[in-house]
Design a protein around this ligand. Structure first.
Ligand code: GLY
Length: 617
C-alpha cells in the first residue's frame, strides 16, 4: 500500500487542549530548600528542570517529553481514562523520543484498575526469534562479539511487543479505539517539533552507529545531510504514514501484514550483522498478563512487574533487606544511610544476576526471593562500619536451582523511558518502555520512519567461570558446560524474552493506590526506583524533592553516587574508610512519579535530569 502523505491524513477534533491547565513552577525543589548551596549543586548537575511539584485533582500525567505529557493530559481532559492516555502517550513518545522507545521496542505495564481493585502486570517484552541460536553473539571463530559491536544490527532485534501490549491494554480497559489513540502521534509526526538538547546529544553519541545504514542517518538528518541539532525541526511524515496504516488496518498489519514483511526483510538483509527474525515470530507474538510481584514495605504494598524483568523482584528484595535494618532511622545522604543502601542493592543484585530471567524457560525462585525471612538472613550479613566488599555471592532462597555465579551484567543500555498516569477515577498506570540502547539497533525500517530495538543484547551472551571471570576462548564443550552452570535464566535462547531491569512500580496502602513511579537507566533502573521510593516512604520527601535528590546506586560493585553526593569529599572519605569503592555517575535516570495523597490530591514530579514534566488539572 502506498503511504498516505501528511496533508491527506485526517485531523480529528477529538483532542482539544484547554490551556487552563496548571503547569508547574519552573525551578525544581531540592533536598533541603533552606540550603542555597544544595540548590545550586543540583541545578549545576541536572539543569533547572521543568517540573511539577504541585497539586491537582482530576488527573495527572508525568512523562519525559512535554509533547507526551500534553497529549496524555488532553486525553484525560477529553474524557479518556488513564489507559487511553497510556496508549496516546506511548504513541506520542514514539515520535517525540524515537531514540528511547517506540513501536519497534518493548515495555512492561503496571496498572491499577479502579473498578475491580486489581493490580495487573502486562509483559510486552521483546522476544527472541525461534531460530535465535545460543551462540548468536559469537563470531565465526567462536569468539564472543564484544558488547559494543553486538548492539548494532539485525542480530540484536527482538520481536517488538509495544504495539501488541498497548493495543491489549486499550482493548480491555480503554474507551478509545486504536485509531483514535494514534491520532495525536500522527499529528505530531506530520507537524514536527523542535529537537531538544538531550535528543541532539544522544544523536551525536550514536550517529556513527546510524551511519551504517543510509536510511537511518537520513531519517535523523536535516536537508544539509548533517544530523539534526538542538532546535532543528524534526518532521517524520514516513512514520505518520506508518501509524496511519496501523490506524486503518489494526496491529495485524504490523505483526502479519506488509509491515511484518518489511521488518523481517530489514533484519535479515542487514549487510552489517543480519538476524534470523521470521514472519512467524511476529505472527506468534503475544503480550502476556503476569502475576505482579508484591511486598509489604513498612505498611505500603509495593507492586512490580514479574519475570522476565528482574526489576520488580529485585526491588522487593532490596526493600525487604532494608526493612530488616535500621535504615529508616538514618538521615538521607549520611554515610550510614548510603552504606545500607549500597549493601541492600549489592546483596539483591548478586541474587538478580544469578537467578533471574525468563521464568518460562528456567526455574526462577521468585517466592523464595520475596520471602521476608530470606531477606533477613541476607541483611544479617551487613556490618555496621565495614563494606561486605563486593562482588558478593548470591544467597540460597527456597527453590533456588543448583550452581552459582555472581557476575554483574553492567552492559545494558542507558536509554528507555518511564511514564506515570492517574485519572479522576484513580485508575493508575506505570509504564517503562524501551528500544534498549538509544536508537536501538540503529536499524530503521526503510521508508517507515521507526527504529528497531536491540533488546537481545540484554541476554547474557558471555561465558563466565565460577569466579565470574570471562572465558573468551574456552573450547566449545567447555563453554557449554560452563554456561549451564551459570545464570541460565538470562542466557541467550530462541523464543525467550531477555532479562530486563525495568521496574514500573505501583504502591498501594490499605487497598488504595498511592504512588506510581519508575525510571530508565539500564541495570541501574532498579536502584534508581529504590532511591525515589525510600525518599517518599522513609525520608518523607514530597515527590519533586524525592525525584531531585541525588541518588545512590550499587550493582554488586562500587557505590555509584550522583555528582552532588560524590562531590562531598568528607562523605566520600567516610565511605572509603568503610571499605567501599566510590564512583561518580554524574546524573542518572529519569524518574516520573505521581503520588496520590491520603486526602486524594495528586502530586507529580518530572525528572529534571532529562526533560520530565508532570502536569495535572
Ligand atoms: N533494556 C533495558 C531493560 O530492559 O532493562
Amino acid at each position: 500500500m502506498k503511504p498516505i502523505p501528511c496533508h491527506e491524513i485526517r485531523r480529528p477534533l477529538l483532542f482539544v487542549l484547554a490551556l487552563l491547565t496548571a503547569v508547574a513552577p519552573g525551578a525544581a525543589e531540592t533536598i533541603d530548600p533552606s540550603d542555597p548551596e544544595v540548590q545550586r549543586e543540583i541545578r549545576d548537575s541536572f539543569g533547572p528542570g521543568a517540573t511539577g511539584a504541585f497539586r491537582a485533582k482530576e488527573g495527572m500525567v508525568a512523562t519525559s517529553s512535554h509533547h507526551a505529557t500534553m497529549a496524555g493530559l488532553e486525553t484525560l481532559r477529553g474524557g479518556g481514562n488513564a489507559f487511553d492516555a497510556m496508549a496516546v502517550v506511548q504513541f506520542v513518545l514514539s515520535v517525540a523520543e524515537p531514540h528511547a522507545s517506540g513501536i519497534g521496542g518493548g515495555l512492561f505495564i503496571m496498572m491499577y484498575d479502579a473498578e475491580s481493585g486489581e493490580v495487573v502486570n502486562i509483559d510486552g517484552r521483546e522476544e527472541a526469534p525461534r531460530a535465535f541460536h545460543p551462540d548468536a553473539f559469537r563470531d565465526e571463530d567462536g569468539e564472543i562479539i564484544p558488547y559494543r559491536r553486538r548492539t548494532t544490527g539485525g542480530n540484536a532485534v527482538g520481536v517488538p511487543g509495544t504495539l501488541a501490549a498497548t493495543s491489549h491494554l486499550l482493548e480491555h480497559y480503554g474507551t478509545l479505539s486504536l485509531e483514535e489513540a494514534l491520532q495525536p502521534a500522527i499529528r505530531l509526526a506530520c507537524d514536527g517539533y523542535r529537537v531538544t538538547a538531550p535528543f541532539a546529544r544522544n544523536l551525536r553519541q550514536h550517529r556513527d552507529r546510524l551511519r551504517h545504514y543510509p536510511e537511518s542517518i537520513r531519517l535523523f538528518s536535516g536537508d544539509d545531510g548533517e544530523p539534526l541539532g538542538a532546535g532543528d525541526l524534526f518532521r517524520n511524515p514516513e512514520f505518520a504514514a506508518t501509524l496511519e496504516l496501523i490506524a486503518e488496518h489494526g496491529i495485524e498489519v504490523f505483526y502479519e501484514g506488509e509491515l511484518a514483511d518489511e521488518i523481517v526483510d530489514t533484519v535479515r538483509s542487514d549487510p552489517h550483522r543480519p538476524g534470523v527474525l521470521a514472519k512467524e515470530d511476529l505472527a506468534n507474538y503475544r503480550p502476556v498478563r503476569r502475576e505482579p510481584v508484591s511486598v509489604d514495605y513498612r505498611g505500603y504494598d509495593v507492586y512490580g512487574a514479574n519475570m522476565p524483568t528482574s526489576g520488580g523482584t529485585t526491588l522487593a528484595l532490596m526493600l525487604n533487606i532494608l526493612e530488616a535494618t535500621d535504615f529508616a532511622e538514618k538521615p538521607y545522604g549520611s554515610a550510614a544511610s548510603i552504606h545500607l543502601m549500597a549493601e541492600a542493592q549489592n546483596l539483591a543484585f548478586a541474587d538478580r544476576n544469578r537467578y533471574m530471567g525468563d521464568a518460562d524457560f528456567a526455574d526462577v525462585p521468585v517466592n523464595g526471593l520475596l520471602d521476608k525471612n530470606y531477606a533477613r538472613t541476607r541483611a544479617e550479613r551487613i556490618e555496621p562500619e565495614k563494606s561486605l566488599s563486593p562482588p558478593l555471592d548470591p544467597g540460597k532462597p527456597a527453590g533456588a536451582p543448583e550452581a552459582r555465579s555472581g557476575r554483574i551484567n553492567v552492559e545494558e543500555g542507558l536509554s528507555t523511558t518511564h511514564f506515570s498516569i492517574v485519572d479522576r477515577d484513580r485508575n493508575v498506570v506505570s509504564v517503562t518502555s524501551t528500544i534498549e540502547q538509544h536508537f536501538g539497533s540503529a536499524l530503521v525500517v526503510p521508508g517507515r520512519g521507526f527504529l528497531l530495538n536491540n533488546e537481545l543484547t540484554d541476554f547474557d551472551a558471555d561465558a563466565y567461570d565460577d569466579g565470574g571471570n570471562l572465558v573468551p576462548n574456552a573450547p566449545e564443550g567447555e563453554r557449554r558446560k560452563r554456561r549451564t552452570a551459570l545464570g541460565e535464566a538470562a542466557e541467550t535462547e530462541g523464543g525467550k524474552r531477555p532479562r530486563s531491569s525495568m521496574t514500573p512500580t505501583l504502591v498501594l496502602r490499605e487497598g488504595e493506590p498511592r504512588l506510581a513511579l519508575g525510571s530508565p537507566g539500564g541495570s541501574r533502573i532498579i536502584g534508581l526506583t529504590l532511591n525515589a521510593l525510600v525518599n517518599i516512604i522513609d525520608h518523607d520527601m514530597d515527590p519533586q524533592t524525592a525525584v531531585n535528590a541525588p541518588r545512590v546506586i550499587a550493582r554488586n560493585g562500587p557505590v555509584e553516587l550522583e555528582a552532588p553526593l560524590y562531590r562531598d569529599r568528607s562523605l566520600r572519605e567516610s565511605l572509603e574508610a568503610r571499605g567501599f569503592e566510590v564512583s561518580d555517575i554524574g546524573a542518572s535516570g529519569s524518574v516520573q512519579m505521581i503520588r496520590i495523597t491520603p486526602d486524594d490530591w495528586l502530586m507529580g514530579a518530572g525528572d529534571p535530569r532529562r526533560e520530565g514534566l508532570a502536569i495535572g488539572f
